[in-house]
Design a binder for this molecule. Sequence first.
Ligand code: ZN
Length: 163
Amino acid sequence: MMSLPTSHCSYPSLSICPTEPTSLLILFFPLPKMKCGNCGEISEKWQYIRLTDNVALKGGRGSASMVQKCKLCSRENSIEILSSTIKPYNAEDNEKFKTIVEFECRGLEPVDFQPQAGFAAEGLESGTVFSDINLQEKDWTDYDEKAQESVGIYEVTHQFVKS
Ligand SMILES: [Zn+2]
């Protein structure tokens, strides 16, 4: 009853790479669509899963990042961000899919992902930190004063991989 869909996200970038995992602790994962593994109901509501969230499961079954009761079949499903799996997407990963986070899904499955706020990047050579990146438009551009060049992240795409 346990599957581990893995979010593979491609963030093609020019001279930008996300910061070290420690600064990604505020990262959250907007998953607009979650599918119930029991009845197949797909939620329409936006779901945010935050690393900092910790909800206790009923009956002492540990905890999860998010617990959700299915509207249709009432089953309690949960999803957990495996924080140790979070990896930065670096310049050398450019234009390739790379697993940047894994989720442990108990009874539900993320079926879509919408990048929004919560991303950070660091200039490859300048070390300039861009801490408030929103990828809702799939593209982001800024100017790195130190490197005196334009930087950007373009055409963000993603895929989920089940393992
Ligand atoms: Zn259900």
